[in-house]
Design a protein around this ligand. Structure first.
Ligand code: ATP
Ligand code: LTN
Length: 333
């Protein structure tokens, strides 16, 4: 279902401003948004309301939010082709989340693995917001009538819940909400931690050596890759039994666009140290132009603020219409 006058399907996605962005956020999400920029009608958000579901520092949060927006722009998102905005600037996100809360069974949300992982033993003391996180995410997507949601593999379950919520709403109140699909590219969808290649690279891992941050210097990038956990074998090839080496090869594959066969041929007879050096070189080369642009944007926020202000304005116009349809269907007002 496209809206009148809309020629392309709409994509919506977002990243939390919860710390320095890492290679997983870039390769699993943001880079794909940039690559698909001409295929969709794009709406991308910095999801700061999701950030506050766990304790945060109010004194640094505004800058952290702008930092994520600066990475979006530095990575190549073009405000002429995308709506870029901050979630808390558009109050309709919270409003729709409330309405969706009232049609979403507790049991559906209780099954979310990310909540189980993030709450852990503290299940009784984490915020209601953390539990409700996926419903707010559903509101983000449904407000913009998004058809596709480009994300990393870890968000698949949340997008599926969003689909279930939209379908449940439509069954009760009529065909009001667009049912979206996840868009997950096979390559780069799950970059693993450098210290423990069986868990995904994440901003919230307390060990900074577990991830390559987009702002890391070449020296730090080389050091982190050099210390990445591997195994005691020597042959460089893709092998699910050897997650450390396979992760490094996967990063190399995503950055170069080469096939697995080409990569294995390239590294035949070479040692792990050689692979680590080449992955570091490819990463440094890919990040260098982004870092330069990011630093420029952060050194004078005037333009960035104007992009976010006009993005919020455009986002509000769309969101207001969806919320009006939802109110009407629910008999509110
Ligand atoms: P946190 O640790 O704060 O939950 P995170 O690092 O998991 O953060 P998010 O803000 O939750 O990152 O994710 C933003 C986007 O990046 C999502 O689309 C998510 O799927 C993607 N992403 C996150 N981590 C990875 C990863 N290791 N590999 C590929 N994609 C990832
Ligand atoms: N939960 C997502 C961030 C997010 C999101 C969204 C992604 C919030 N709202 C809407 C896609 C669409 C995450 O990556 N942790």
């Amino acid at each position: 279902m496209k809206q009148p006058g809309q020629s392309r399907r709409r994509a919506f996605s977002g990243v939390q401003p919860s710390g320095g962005l890492h290679l997983g956020n870039y390769l699993g999400a943001i880079r794909n948004w940039v690559l698909h920029q001409d295929d969709f009608d794009n709406v991308f958000c910095v999801v700061d309301l999701h950030r506050v579901t766990v304790p945060h520092d109010p004194a640094t949060q505004r800058t952290a939010t702008r930092d994520v927006a600066a990475w979006y722009l530095a990575a190549g998102l073009d405000p002429g082709r995308c709506i870029l905005f901050v979630q808390s600037h558009v109050s309709a996100h919270s409003e729709l989340a409330w309405l969706l809360n009232c049609v979403t069974p507790m049991g559906w949300v209780g099954r979310m693995t990310q909540f189980k992982e993030k709450s852990g033993a503290a299940r009784e003391s984490v915020s209601v917001g953390l539990f409700d996180y996926p419903v707010l995410m559903a509101a983000d997507i449904l407000l913009y009538d998004a058809h596709v949601v480009p994300v990393g593999d870890d968000q698949k379950q949340h997008v599926e819940l969003c689909r279930d919520i939209a379908q449940a709403f439509n069954r009760r109140f009529g065909p009001v909400l667009v049912v979206p699909e996840p868009l997950i590219r096979e390559v780069g969808a799950r970059i693993m931690s450098l210290d423990d290649p069986t868990s995904k690279m994440s901003k919230s891992n307390p060990n900074p050596r577990s991830r390559i941050e987009l702002g890391d210097s070449p020296k730090t990038i080389r050091k982190k890759f050099a210390r990445a956990t591997t195994d005691s074998l020597t042959e460089v090839r893709f092998d699910p039994e050897r997650p450390g080496i396979t992760n490094l090869l996967g990063i190399f594959r995503t950055l170069t666009g080469w096939s697995e066969a080409q990569i294995e041929a390239h590294f035949a007879g070479k040692l792990y140290g050689h692979l680590k050096k080449e992955v570091a070189d490819a990463t440094i080369q890919a990040l260098e132009p982004l870092q330069r642009r990011h630093d420029e944007l952060m050194s004078d926020l005037t333009w960035l603020e104007s992009v976010l202000a006009s993005g919020a304005e455009r986002a509000r116009t769309i969101a207001r219409k969806t919320l009006a349809r939802v109110h009407e269907a629910m008999g509110l007002g």
